[in-house]
Write a protein that binds this ligand. Structure first.
Ligand SMILES: Cc1cc2nc3c(=O)[nH]c(=O)nc-3n(C[C@H](O)[C@H](O)[C@H](O)COP(=O)(O)OP(=O)(O)OC[C@H]3O[C@@H](n4cnc5c(N)ncnc54)[C@H](O)[C@@H]3O)c2cc1C
Ligand code: FES
Length: 282
């Protein structure tokens, strides 16, 4: 034990990054890049679906990024990053073979045990498919532990659709229902046109036995939650992953605080029943 550890036995290096290596990288769209990362020593990340990591770029800072793969795949984990600013721009320059520093996994993630045996309805809009994919893959890998699986996915236009291979697989699987829509189709688009809530009319849910996993841009939540409520899904079974500006990711800096809740630590996953209480507390 070092002198420092003797003096401060409770001190844990919470801001110390873990090292990993990018083993695959590819542009999925003009703005989004996919990464597969292996941690030093081949250690599993040890995450729960719905958690995130803080990716460090030396000299630029850190960015919270959702884990897009399932913990059932232990040898590596996956992310998808939209290029919007300084950290994400430098991340886009990274290719397979580059080292990567990160902290985490952080956040509460989804309570997969609570969802066992239940039907699960995914409502994923835009970049929301990134965290949703980790939950979907977990459930499909443990298919017999869950009831009916329905996936609704929406994007602004066909060129913004992410994870096309997964989309084809989910659409072909007999044990899950997959519906897709775009707001602004091009000439080649043969599918549904309109916002994601237009897909609800295609879905039959046994409301009391269903969890809805709703992840998307802020504008989507209000309407998707209203649809989920209107088909009778209980407020405590509507689960949303919230994105707030974050810095530390571990409940220390207060950047993500809403009332007495730290979204990074107590969330990012909250039920609609909890979100209603949060809004009342603001
Ligand atoms: C829990 C969580 C999970 C996330 N998962 C992903 C993911 O899987 N993939 C992904 O691409 N992005 C994700 N984000 C958003 C991502 O963290 C931000 O886009 C990133 O931090 C921007 O950093 P930057 O240095 O590149 O941009 P900056 O140079 O800091 O900012 C560029 C622009 O982005 C805006 N911005 C910065 N942070 C956020 C934010 N948190 N939300 C909205 N706008 C922001 C700024 O206002 C500015 O307009 C997630 C955010 C959170 C909180
Ligand atoms: S990001 Fe620092 S407290 Fe949540």
């Amino acid at each position: 034990m070092t002198v420092k550890e003797k003096e401060f036995p409770q001190a844990k290096p919470i801001f110390e990054p873990r090292m990993g290596k990018i083993v695959a990288a590819a542009m999925l769209t003009e703005k989004e890049k996919y990464f597969r990362v292996v941690l030093e020593g081949g250690k599993p990340l040890g995450h729960k679906p719905g958690q995130f990591v803080e990716v460090s770029i030396f000299g630029a800072g850190e960015a919270p990024i959702s884990i897009s793969s399932s913990p059932t795949k232990e040898d590596s984990f996956e992310m998808c990053v939209r290029n919007v600013g300084s950290v994400t721009n430098l991340m886009h320059k990274l290719e397979a073979g580059a080292p990567l520093a990160l902290r985490g996994p952080y956040g509460n993630g989804f309570d997969m045990a609570a969802m066992q045996g239940k039907d699960v309805l995914f409502v994923a809009g835009g970049l929301g498919i990134v965290p949703a994919r980790g939950v979907i893959k977990y459930i499909l890998d443990k298919r017999r532990d869950f009831g009916k699986v329905t996936i609704l996915y929406g994007a602004k236009n066909p060129s913004e659709l992410l994870f096309k291979e997964d989309i084809s697989e989910w659409a072909a699987r007999p044990d899950c229902a997959f519906h897709i829509t775009v707001d602004r189709p091009d000439d080649s688009w043969k599918g549904n046109r309109g916002v994601i809530t237009t897909l609800f009319k295609r879905v039959k849910v046994e409301a009391s036995n269903t969890y809805a996993v709703v992840i998307g841009p802020p504008v989507m939540y209000k309407y998707a939650i209203l649809e989920a409520l209107s088909v009778g899904i209980p407020e405590s079974h509507i689960l949303c992953s919230l994105e707030r500006r974050m810095k530390c990711g571990v409940g220390k800096c207060g950047h993500c605080q809403v009332g007495n809740v730290y979204v990074c630590k107590d969330g990012p996953v909250f039920s609609y029943a909890q979100i209603k209480r949060l809004k009342e507390g603001i």
